[in-house]
Write a protein that binds this ligand. Sequence first.
Ligand code: PHE
Ligand code: CO
Length: 286
Amino acid sequence: MSGNRPDMAADFTIEQDWRSYGEDEHAIWRLLFERQQKLLIGRACGEYLEGLDALGVAAGGIPDFGRLSDVLERTTGWRIVAVPGLVPDAVFFAHLSRRRFPSTCFIRRRDQLDYLQEPDVFHDICGHVPLLMNPVFADYMQAYGEGGLKAQGLGHLQRLARLYWYTVEFGLVTTPEGLRIYGSGILSSAGESAYCLDDSSPHRLGFDLRRVMRTGYNIDRFQQTYFVIDDFEQLFAATRPDFAPIYREIAAMPDIEPGAVLSCDREFAVGAKGKKMGRSESAAQV
Ligand code: PHE
Ligand code: CO
């Protein structure tokens, strides 16, 4: 987080000040963008690639949030607000609940192209914002913000944060052509965008709300498990019920290790073209 910047408003927003970016910062964006473009064709879900295209996010340089927000607002009613870094949870949720996506402005250094533990403008804009052009995903993100404020009041934020992690940040989706990426943490990472689909070590398990909310995660390495949704409608429908009784129900159950597979899990095989396979079948393929 950012300390007390004199230019920061009470809701933690600042000005992006697009004119203050230097040529080297735009050049870093170009490097990152061009590298991801090559990797994401055939790996990112169609909704993401369409959103990117419609927004005009491209290799040219770090985009102006005002320009992107005008396109977004016309399409799904969302706007981007600039923040200096991670903001308190309650502030983050309040922005989402008002269809405002808090985005960092700074870009990583050249020696951090492959990995950065905190979000930067490339992760936030190139990873998150394109999916906000999709009406169902846009509604899901707003509902998540409202759900975050509620979970905080109930003392179950950890469970809800796992849902965000395994969907918004690291989610996979089935398509007729095979599994595709929609999670922003993957979409902005060169290494993980190949690893999550092509490598035989991580598990790819069918999405189940309670299962996800019981599963811990690693923040400093590639994921051991990805959860796979059928489509955004399924995700939104599964998260529509009141979570209060669900939080109580899973509070009595043990957590699940990030790399564990349970007998009730539906595991997808590498290269399974989106088909669900039994565990023994999938083991025979990897
Ligand atoms: N239905 C959830 C609740 O009652 C809110 C929510 C919606 C949370 C979508 C996450 C995603 O808390
Ligand atoms: Co993120």
